[in-house]
Ligand binder design. Structure first.
Ligand SMILES: C[S@@+](CC[C@H](N)C(=O)[O-])C[C@H]1O[C@@H](n2cnc3c(N)ncnc32)[C@H](O)[C@@H]1O
Length: 114
């Protein structure tokens, strides 16, 4: 369904030398099974749905997928009035993980201890 609704048929990497190394997956991120990537990713970028339950779900998967010493980045930490779901989910996560705000950006970063 996501592919059918997508307005994009070309991407920044299309026809670049990186293209053969990229596998693009379309679908609802709550349906995404992270199992093949558990503890294997150098970097996981969370920038999908802004709805609270999705940010929580995407975050749980990202934290499980990143390898020791790897990074998880979240986009759109912009404040409670602008993007409430991201704001709430990351403020809750900050109670148990050492999250850092990248100055002058809407990025949050966490490095999994090596
Ligand atoms: C804020 S944009 C980020 C775009 C992307 N980071 C980029 O630079 O092209 C959010 C993206 O997440 C997708 N998205 C929204 N809800 C989603 C969901 N439940 N599952 C998977 N992707 C979703 C949207 O279609 C959109 O492409």
């Amino acid at each position: 369904m996501a592919l059918v609704e997508s307005t994009n048929t070309k991407f920044l990497y299309s026809e670049s030398e990186a293209e053969p190394k990229i596998t693009q997956l379309f679908g609802d991120s709550k349906e995404f099974d992270p199992e093949p990537w558990l503890g294997r990713c150098d970097l996981v970028f969370v920038d999908g749905s802004h709805a609270y339950s999705y940010v929580v779900s995407d975050t749980q998967k990202a934290l499980a997928m990143v390898k020791p010493g790897g990074l998880v980045l979240w986009h759109d930490y912009r404040g409670p009035r602008r993007i409430k779901g991201v704001w709430k989910a990351l403020n809750e996560l900050a109670d148990r993980l050492d999250l850092k705000h990248v100055k002058d950006t809407s990025l949050i970063v966490w490095r999994r201890p090596a």
